[in-house]
Design a protein around this ligand. Sequence first.
Ligand SMILES: Cc1cc2nc3c(=O)[nH]c(=O)nc-3n(C[C@H](O)[C@H](O)[C@H](O)COP(=O)(O)OP(=O)(O)OC[C@H]3O[C@@H](n4cnc5c(N)ncnc54)[C@H](O)[C@@H]3O)c2cc1C
Length: 411
Amino acid sequence: MPTTFVIAGGGLAAAKAAEALRKEGFDGAIVLAGREPHLPYERPPLSKGYLQGADERQKIFVHDADWYRDHAVDLRTGVTVTGIDPAAHQATLSDGERLRYDKLLLATGATPRRLTVPGHDRGSVLYLRTVDDCDRLRATLSATQSAAGRIAVIGAGWIGLETAAAARAAGVEVTVIEQERQPLLGALGPEIGAVFAALHCDHGVDLRLGARLAEITETGVRLADDTHIDADAVVAGIGAVPDTELAAAAGLTIDNGVKTTADLRTSDPDIFAAGDVANAYHPRLGRHVRVEHWANALNQPAVAARAMLGREAVYDEPPYFYTDQYDLGMEYLGHVPPGVSRDVVIRGEVAGREFLAFWLGDDDTVLAAMNVNIWDQGDQLKALVLSGSPVDRGALADPAVPLDGLVRSGG
Ligand SMILES: Cc1cc2nc3c(=O)[nH]c(=O)nc-3n(C[C@H](O)[C@H](O)[C@H](O)COP(=O)(O)OP(=O)(O)OC[C@H]3O[C@@H](n4cnc5c(N)ncnc54)[C@H](O)[C@@H]3O)c2cc1C
């Protein structure tokens, strides 16, 4: 019987794992089972180029169908892994098949958090996670634009803001409803949150901050202070939760996702996890980290593949995230643990939306760095985040001081 590796999940992490296994020279059987009826695809275009009609559908797929055939990857689309029996090394599929596996990778991703207010189940409520969601939203934006209507976006996080930007680009009126005092408050803090607030206001978004959603009505949404906002459709972007159902039922350790070691091994030695679902021990940061970032789904699978093959591997890349909204492009590298006070130092022109931002720990080390519309300093930002040595705040804020000189060795 050939060695069989099963990949549960059909997104970027799953496809990259299959690719990495072949690159590592694995010549056993690979079965990749994904719930969605599509080839594995990338999600960032769903709130950017593909949503706006700028990117062709072909561009979102990780590989075309031939790639799976050419690399002998047994791709099962529209098939859910419904159960795992770790003791018997068996996975059960939604079509009834039972598969024996030697190693299994969980790449089940995350699912959108759902609204629970009255009216949450109205047909006007949309979410944005899958390409089918995106097609529905595209059709809604186009119909809303033709009817000179408005959409309401619930949540000023990444998905909500990118959706708002796409809607404005389509000529649709947008109200964004956010319960916090700034957009992206939890991710970036109030100073940088304000940059995104100004960006969206400048592009004609009606941004309601500190506003609590009370109900989805027949004609829009009602807020807790009884304000009614008319909307033809409501897009909820209120976060996502890791899809741990399968892992939990298999008895694996769950703690904000599937808990893994630095080589992405779960509490079962033959089961691994990568991407949005994995809460992996990060040796550089000295704690477990789970982020819903494209770069994680892209890069963790290579480590998981090596570990599945019994080779040495550690995932210690600093978390990386990017966004594009209107004419603002930004990248964020590093990690500020939730609940840790964050001091932000800014270098450059916030008003002109061309600047760098640094989040410092108590000891003045750079925990995270962000570049907004500046594209030639990526290496220096990475060096600062990785150095772990304290920096001089004044010099960090001063564009005349080269960043190279701020990284002290031996930190
Ligand atoms: C609209 C959108 C825009 C984004 N933009 C950005 C961005 O600009 N920058 C950035 O860094 N990140 C972005 N992200 C996040 C990024 O896309 C995710 O981090 C990435 O998709 C995670 O990949 P994954 O393979 O781990 O999980 P997923 O992409 O969630 O894929 C998991 C797949 O597994 C399937 N599945 C679940 N359970 C099972 C099962 N039991 N059996 C079989 N299949 C199963 C799911 O249906 C899904 O298809 C965005 C996400 C979304 C939704």
